[in-house]
Design a protein around this ligand. Structure first.
Ligand code: ZN
Length: 392
């Protein structure tokens, strides 16, 4: 068994635990105490004195285009895959991979493979089956079988609605897919969610509202994302959060005067409105292209989502005076609960040892994933298989 003792860590579990010692054994948190005795550890144990530095759970990014997304403005706009260090340096120790618009040149098989590769490299990685498209592309030919029999698959996503790039799914098509997710989730003890990509369209969350009104499906099956891309859409998201859905905001750049909320504004607004505190999460859309379209649906600008936008959003919220324990759950514990990952998103005995150490300005200093340091003093100490020192 490999032991690491982190001494004098100012832990937010997300709840503030004060300055404590954290003992890590073989990838999991074995004990948390006010003074754990290093002399009691076997020889070879690593002891790190954090001198009161802030320690938070590893961030969970529930929406990453790990294979690279894009492809919406010609084949040259297919985004490259996301490297291990891009996630690790951003403090992301758990990610959920998604396909996007492009399920023609990319497949669920390649997404599952990329996800398993990240696991081999030391991250905790999961993915969705499907894509924007309806019916969802799958590995086995069945949404239910993909969720039940393919270990990393947690549900269907990102399925597009209210977007010109969607398959224009009907109500019946959407609730059939949600039903498959729900039942397969029950059978496999997985989240079984349908992760909905929301576009700019005026229909917004109308299909989800109708599903809540007219079907027996629990609200927790619907997990919409990009809900901060339009202000009106965000108000709709608050409504369905009150009805039991978890809603996900995207940490994309928002320009002055744009009809959108940036992720920090959205989280503050959500909390200030008294919406259920455990039903908001944040994701980066990392590896995805962030296109801007004109009124005719023509692409006018292209950016790429970065996993580092999560920690930047957290730092912004803290700089505005928000208490850590208030905002941290959206990046950690809430996401773990929504995705039904009980060993993730918190610092507690028996949880996985996924930890981020922050410096005084809330920048990332060290990152531990399943008990192994991937980043020390802001620099990666473990690299992905094809990453060289020059490229990272
Ligand atoms: Zn999307």
């Amino acid at each position: 068994m490999i032991f690491t003792l982190l001494r004098r860590a100012n832990v937010f579990s997300p709840e503030p635990l004060g300055v404590v010692d954290v003992l890590v054994a073989s990838g999991a948190i074995a004990a948390i105490g006010s003074k754990l005795d290093p002399a009691a550890l076997p020889e070879g144990a690593l002891v790190v004195d954090l001198q009161g530095a802030t320690v938070i759970p590893g961030l969970i990014d529930p929406h990453v285009h790990v294979t690279g997304g894009g492809g919406e403005a010609g084949m040259k706009t297919r985004v490259p895959s996301v490297a291990l260090t891009t996630l690790a340096k951003a403090g992301v120790t758990t990610c959920v991979g998604v396909l996007g618009t492009d399920s023609v040149s990319r497949s669920v098989e390649s997404l599952v493979a990329q996800t398993l590769g990240l696991r081999e490299e030391g991250l905790s990685a999961y993915c969705y089956t499907g894509s924007y498209e309806v019916p969802p592309p799958t590995v086995t030919g069945s949404v239910r079988k993909d969720i039940c029999f393919i270990d990393p698959v947690l549900g269907v996503g990102e399925l597009a609605i209210s977007d010109h790039r969607s398959s224009q799914p009907t109500f019946d098509e959407l609730v059939r897919i949600a039903a498959d997710c729900h039942v397969a989730g029950m059978m496999s003890n997985k989240a079984g969610v349908v992760h909905l990509h929301l576009g700019d369209g005026p229909r917004g969350l109308a299909l989800v509202r109708r599903a809540l009104d007219e079907t027996e499906l629990p609200a927790s099956v619907f997990y919409p994302t990009h809900v901060n891309r339009k202000r009106r859409l965000f108000d709709e998201a608050l409504e369905i959060a009150a009805r039991g859905c978890t809603v996900d905001v995207t940490a994309f750049p928002v320009e002055e005067g744009e009809d959108a909320f940036d992720a920090a504004d959205a989280i503050e607004r959500y909390l200030d409105r008294g919406a259920p505190r455990d039903r908001i999460t944040i994701s980066s859309d990392g590896g995805g292209c962030l296109p801007t379209f004109d009124a005719e649906g023509r692409l006018v600008k292209m950016g790429i989502g970065a996993p580092s936008s999560l920690i930047e959003t957290l730092a912004t919220l803290l700089a505005r005076g928000r208490p850590m324990h208030d905002v941290l759950p959206a990046f950690t514990a809430n996401t773990a609960r929504t995705l039904r990952l009980p060993a993730k998103g918190r610092i507690a005995p028996f949880a996985d040892a996924d930890l981020v150490v922050l410096d005084e300005t809330h920048r990332i200093r060290d990152v531990m994933a399943k008990g192994r340091f991937l980043v020390r003093d802001g620099a990666p100490v473990v690299r992905g298989t094809f990453e060289t020192t020059e490229t990272t």
